[in-house]
Design a protein around this ligand. Structure first.
Ligand SMILES: *Cc1c(COP(=O)(O)O)cnc(C)c1O
Length: 732
């Protein structure tokens, strides 16, 4: 629309045109905000969409693109007038543009050598917001937080993944508590995506040739603040119905689906970057799923620069950073000879290597023909820098892969660690952040990894800190009750039951939260190991305990589903029924509500199976305390007075014995530390020791386990050296 108005025209017409122009532009500003996921971690943008139409906002699943479809430029203008959103829209739009165009960031000082050659960050899932369902759990949310921090810090980084058009699944429990899965198609026109364009301005089209045919894909582009996220989509013309479904669901299908998905991310991802004219300075493989990427880069180096395979491999390894997340051998993708030959045979021919040499790249022992092809092994061989995701997981990973370097002692196995962190503004409640704002120095949001910033938490008035926490706790109960009522309604339960659900939970009672994937090693039902003891603890007259659960089991994981069923059925228990609830359909939205409201976050994996875990880091930001096995991040985070430890990190001769000892330790810690401290009140009703512990938790952990610190570590210890630059000093 033209901005010029003809002065010669009658006044009325000019007015109309100006009105039409500004209506359009207000609408366009909202569109621009909705089309950059920056909005998802900026409360002023979120509030703006919500206030536009609270009911539609909720019904849309907090999806601004869907919300805006209900408006024309004119009706939006009218609505904005009605509720005086005008200046808020303008101001938020201006703030986003200032953010996007900022000249000086942490990255301009510390990621200089990456310059015009960005990091290419590959991940099979990205958890950025609940309205973009292309994640299943912790790994995805970690990738999402990584990308957001890369944006905040101004790191030149592009992200590559898959566009799953059915996402993971919606979880529904039946009356017995058994998990059912439902799949919904994501409507593409309700997502903040546009086609990625090649150097000639045409939509990128990818072809991957296998021995049995060609797989086609297109690429979708999503803006996450300053970072571009590119997602391959195989649901395109030219593909067989089977291949069109490759990018339908996360972790669905069989082994053949899996290798084809991994072909798409790795090989397809590198082809897409090439087509767009992006030449990365470093490659980051977040987990082994994308390890084929290195082979495609080798092919390019051989064809374009005439390198030998060996030289190209050395160059690629120099540029590649690999992060492993899986401490159990069974968790690593493996493929047999036939599967590898079908999918990579053509590429191997191109590289001039034999099928045997190709297989050797995925084998611990290159000569062992009986060994399957392992993606983690490939990733380790194609990367000079490899890391685990916590200190303890570093030890586990070095022991696990020691055979790859038989001439080295374990401490010298070249796998380091960079501990995971979480994206502060995505997980902190606005109420808590407003409280911090009043005590913290100006611009603290851009210095989140600076420990000094967080020391101001000790100045916060204890009553105010507690009150803010109580407010958030009540908001969580409101959310949970609404969900419980909805669940029961759907199952056609009685009005009486609905009324009970609508009143469940007492805000003065110590409230635990447990929410994550229901993988069996996480032992969701550990706290119910000894029902008599639980009843004694939870139903104690003057110091009761209540607990909220949520989480999905993988559709094929029957033992995981059994855990859900066991916990869901406790609602029928005469004593525990009023103390335990299960919220269905765990996602980022449920997670956020629970993280922001619980008193205590419970985490009891079988050590050392939890590589890092990040959910406990989110609760820290909101004043919640961790009660956790000394595993993953908590093994290095717990200092004796910033939360609670379950046990002493010892392992026992069998899983059964370990589970028994850990359950006893959990009860002991609850009984002797957590419950007494929570209920010990001063004359004003404040739990002073507890509040001090909340402050210690924030002051010692919030900066260390922020994804800004994590990304800064990757930049300085991995990306910059991988791109051929010199590491710089840490700024703090
Ligand atoms: C943070 C997060 C996780 C990670 O939880 P862990 O306890 O670390 O396994 C999983 N799912 C969602 C939706 C999350 O936000």
């Amino acid at each position: 629309m033209s901005q010029t108005t003809d002065i010669g025209r009658p006044d009325k017409k000019i007015k109309l045109e100006i009105a039409a122009f500004s209506a359009q532009s207000l609408y366009e500003k909202c569109q621009a905000l909705a089309n950059n996921l920056w909005w998802s971690w900026n409360p002023e943008a979120i509030n703006l969409f919500r206030d536009l139409n609270p009911q539609l906002w909720a019904e849309s699943g907090q999806n601004p693109i869907k919300l805006l479809k209900e408006y024309t430029p004119e009706t939006l203008e009218a609505r904005a007038q009605e509720i005086t959103l005008y200046s808020r829209i303008n101001q938020t739009y201006r703030r986003m543009n200032e953010y996007l165009e900022a000249r000086t960031t942490w990255g301009t000082n510390y990621a200089g050598p990456l310059g015009a050659k960005p990091v290419a960050y590959f991940s099979a899932e990205f958890g950025i917001h609940e309205s973009l369902p292309i994640y299943s759990g912790g790994l995805g949310v970690l990738s999402g937080d990584h990308v957001k921090s890369a944006s905040d810090l101004g790191i030149p980084l592009v992200a590559v993944g898959l566009f799953y058009y059915q996402g993971y699944f919606n979880q529904r429990l039946d009356t017995e508590g058994y998990q059912n899965q439902e799949y919904f198609e994501t409507k593409i026109d309700e997502q903040p995506v546009e086609p990625a364009l090649d150097v000639n301005g045409n939509p990128v089209k990818i072809e991957i040739v296998t021995r049995t045919g060609t797989i086609f894909a297109e690429v979708r582009h999503i803006r996450v603040g300053r970072v571009d996220l590119y997602l391959l989509d195989s649901n395109v013309e030219g593909n067989s119905p089977e291949d069109r479904e490759l990018t339908a669901r996360l972790y669905g299908g069989d082994n053949r689906t899996r290798i084809r998905q991994e072909l798409l991310i790795g090989i397809g991802g590198v082809k897409a970057l090439n087509a767009m004219g992006i030449s990365p300075g470093a490659y980051h493989l977040n987990e082994g799923h994308s390890a084929f990427a290195g082979l495609e880069v080798i092919r390019n180096l051989m064809h374009e620069d005439g390198m030998t395979f060996e030289d190209a491999l050395r160059d690629v390894a120099k540029q590649t950073v690999f992060t492993t997340h899986t401490p159990v051998p069974a968790g690593h993708d493996r493929f047999d000879n036939a599967m590898v030959d079908e999918h990579l045979g053509v590429l191997a021919d191109d590289l001039g290597i034999s099928q045997h040499d190709l297989m050797a790249l995925g084998r611990v022992d290159p000569k062992n023909d009986g060994e399957t092809f392992c993606m983690t092994v490939l990733a380790l061989k194609l990367s000079r820098r490899a890391n685990a995701v916590s200190s303890l997981h570093g030890h586990v990973s070095r022991a696990m892969w020691a055979e790859l370097w038989p001439w080295r002692v374990e401490e010298e196995i070249p796998i380091g660690h960079i501990t995971n962190g979480v994206h502060t503004s995505s997980w902190i409640a606005p109420q808590m952040s407003n409280l911090f704002e009043r005590y913290f120095p100006a611009k603290w949001e851009t210095h989140l990894m600076d420990s000094k910033v967080w020391q101001h938490v000790y100045e916060i008035d204890p009553g105010e800190f507690w009150e803010t926490h109580q407010t958030l706790k009540n908001l969580m109960f409101t959310f949970v009750r609404r969900r419980l009522v909805e669940q029961c309604k759907r199952r056609g339960e009685s009005q009486e039951t609905l009324d009970v659900m609508a009143r469940m939970f007492d805000p003065d009672v110590l409230t635990l939260g447990f929410a994550r994937r229901f993988a069996t090693y996480k032992r969701a039902d550990l706290v119910f190991s000894d029902l008599d003891r639980v009843i004694d603890l939870f139903c104690c007259e003057d110091r009761p305990v209540q607990v909220i659960f949520s989480g999905k089991a993988h559709p094929a994981d029957e033992p995981g589903k059994k855990l859900i069923k066991r916990i869901a059925q406790l609602r029928n228990h005469d004593k525990l029924g009023s103390k335990v609830a299960f919220v269905e359909n765990y996602d980022i939205n449920v997670c956020r509500h629970l993280e922001q409201g619980v008193d205590v976050w419970l985490n009891n994996p079988r050590r050392p199976m939890e590589a890092s875990g990040t959910s406990g880091q989110k609760v820290v930001l909101n004043g919640g305390l961790n009660l956790s096995i000394l595993d993953g991040w908590w093994a290095e985070a717990y200092d004796g007075s910033n939360g609670f430890a379950i046990g002493n990190g010892r392992r026992h001769s069998s899983d059964e014995l370990t589970d028994k000892r850990d359950a006893d330790a959990l009860y002991d810690t609850l009984e002797n530390e957590v419950i007494p401290m929570f209920y010990d009140r001063d004359s004003l009703g404040l739990p002073q020791d507890w509040i001090n512990c909340m402050k210690r938790s924030v002051g010692t952990l919030a900066w260390r386990f922020s994804s800004d610190r994590m990304v800064a570590d990757y930049v300085q210890r991995a990306y910059v050296p991988a791109a051929g630059g010199k590491s710089c000093e840490m700024p703090f």
